[in-house]
Ligand binder design. Structure first.
Ligand SMILES: C[S@@+](CC[C@H](N)C(=O)[O-])C[C@H]1O[C@@H](n2cnc3c(N)ncnc32)[C@H](O)[C@@H]1O
Length: 281
């Protein structure tokens, strides 16, 4: 196949790409991070070799220090109007929010996005945990937000959608033909086990989730980074939306999978692998 563009994919620790691996400072409109969640288990995919370790024998504080160090390293890579989104769940998101408020200032916090999904088992002794949380922080006072790029259809029952409304002062408000602005609770299904989208990587996120985030928080041509890229969902979403992207992962199996995934789905792309030396923390 004719290769018309090349893409750099980094094999190494997120810390190394942030502070010593050649990712440019002040260049990213969006850095999305989906790190290990402090689940306490080895995450095992559906294909041999696709695993990553999410066990933290030294406890929650060691995990929080580990992640905070990497988030501190990533912040200078953001543009002044750039955003950092940290994707976690109930296990550590509240602790990390406190640390991110310190890092970005409380004014830097923009949204807590709840990704609600269904499927999988149901709990019997408590409410089933069926959401993740994405914390959105802005590096400056004016983060980019393309509200019109991510509107969703009005509810079929919406009277406003059918004919608009007239205010008490007699002013008429008409529905937007693009739909209504999306709120901070996103109902997006997890990837169906039979879907072509499924790569076999554990904790793979749906393209639809990343497409919405990237469409809202970046413009075409912007640089998007994912230093815990796993199966490469963010990178595939960004590149198909006309953004530039850089990805990294510490797992060699993940990096090989991303190379194959991008070269399969993006015609004409050649993924160049860059090995970063492993340094001690
Ligand atoms: C939750 S998964 C990411 C899943 C990804 N968003 C997807 O859709 O496939 C977390 C990833 O972080 C990687 N990881 C763990 N420690 C890392 C580190 N220190 N630096 C970079 N990547 C790391 C793991 O190998 C794993 O692929």
């Amino acid at each position: 196949m004719k290769r018309s563009s090349s893409f750099e994919l980094f094999h190494g620790d997120a810390m190394e790409v942030a502070v010593g691996g050649g990712w440019p400072c002040g260049a990213f409109r969006l850095i999305y991070t989906d790190p290990p969640f402090f689940s306490g288990s080895r995450r095992i995919g559906t294909l041999p070799g696709l695993t990553f370790d999410d066990r933290w024998p030294a406890g929650i504080d060691a995990y929080l220090d580990w992640l905070e160090l990497r988030l501190i390293g990533l912040k200078p890579l953001l543009m002044p109007s750039g955003s950092l989104v940290v994707h976690l769940d109930y296990r550590a998101v509240h602790d990390i929010k406190v640390r991110l408020d310190r890092l970005f200032g409380r004014a830097g916090f923009v949204n807590e996005i709840i990704w609600h999904y269904t499927g999988g088992g149901r709990a019997r002794k408590r409410f089933s945990c069926k959401h993740d949380t994405l914390l959105w922080y802005s590096n400056g006072p004016n983060p980019l937000f393309n509200v019109d790029m991510v509107r969703i259809p009005y509810k079929p029952t919406s009277g406003y959608a059918k004919g608009g409304i007239i205010s008490a002062a007699g002013r008429k408000y008409l529905p937007n033909p693009l739909g209504t602005p999306v709120d901070d609770v996103w109902d997006i299904p997890i990837i169906n086990p039979l879907s072509h989208e499924r790569t076999g990587y554990p904790t793979q996120k749906p393209l639809a989730l990343l497409q919405r985030l990237i469409s809202a928080l970046t413009d075409e041509g912007d640089l998007v980074g994912d230093p815990f890229c796993g199966s490469g969902t963010t990178l595939l979403a960004a590149l198909t939306l006309g953004r530039r992207a850089l990805g990294a992962d510490v797992s060699a199996a993940a990096i090989a999978l991303v190379k194959k995934r991008l070269e399969t789905f993006l015609e004409g792309i050649y993924v160049e692998l860059i090995d970063l030396p492993r340094k001690s923390e």
